[in-house]
Design a protein around this ligand. Sequence first.
Ligand SMILES: *Cc1c(COP(=O)(O)O)cnc(C)c1O
Length: 378
Amino acid sequence: MIPYGRQKIDDDDIQAVVDVLRSNWLTTGPKVQEFEKAVADYVGAKHAVAVSSGTAALHCAMHGIGIGPGDEVIVPSMTFSATANAVVYVGGKPIFADVEPDTLLIDTEMVEEKITSRTKAIIAVDYAGQPCDYDRLREIAEKYKLYLVSDSCHALGAKFEGKNVGTLADLTTLSFHPVKHITTGEGGMVVSNDGQMMAKIRQFRNHGIATDSVQRDVIGTWYYEVVDVGYNYRITDIQCALGLSQIIKLPRFLLRRRQIADRYRGAFSSSGIIEPLVLKTQVEHAWHLFVVRIGFDRLSLSRADLFQQLRGDGIGVNVHYIPVHLHPFYRENFSTHAGMCPISEKAYEEILSIPIHPSLTDQEVDYVIDRLKFYTTE
Ligand SMILES: *Cc1c(COP(=O)(O)O)cnc(C)c1O
């Protein structure tokens, strides 16, 4: 099966992990800070806090900006459920905004319509790896005094108007799950220029304790204080060693993703049935996903049929995403329902994510193109 996404691990990645296993620090050691610095330097942000997952990073972000009961946070419906779940973790209410039909990025006009006196923040999601309209989102956030958080779990390495993802919002979250651009197995990070907020997030990662074990070791004391609520969201040195070895390859990984995307876009440009999402002119896309919309209304097969046929051919297609407001948890607890975000709901019926990852060969890409065209000829 050709998966829609997967990690690329070489011998040097394995060696980096083995070296840590032979060292004194398996967790909360030097590799964590080194990895934080490497990512912060790459994106051009002042601060980074590495955590155990992208979901933990989102939870940290919600805590960092102080979301609590009664607060509303605007999120796009076309995202992974973790984006909205993080709002719920801190007692907030996710308010679902619809997306633009051609890019499936949050519709900024819709965002402004959803703002109330209880709105505290917007979480923008750089869906598939394409940055949202941060000019407009910043304007809205400033006008209504809201925090702007970027869920850039799809978009490490992307740019908006020449500026790196990681510098476009108050806080940015990243994921290092194996299908993302670089991996630590499980892992995530918050990046920001706001030192005070990041100090709070650093504590939140470690039980709300004011000092970390390295600091206590240096001073030679057993004393510590819990000064805030916190969790164990730490990431290990084993994972960060892998992350450090991977980030060196990020430019190569991104280049390969862009080559694959170009090949797909070229192949589908004349198809009236297979429509890749629109690539905006002012961005550098990071191509976490390659999403096509398919004109099933003009075909005799359904999305479920096509999904099964392609899987039968060894092509691991997927669907990103079921609009979050349609999930039972949100229907039952937040009274969401079908019809609330019609553009996301319509897109959901038509989208398919086809394989894109750095170790995919041109032959495999051509095979995917060939099979997809075969099933979608009128
Ligand atoms: C992957 C992802 C997450 C969660 O990241 P994990 O590391 O899997 O917890 C959150 N939001 C989006 C948009 C993602 O794609």
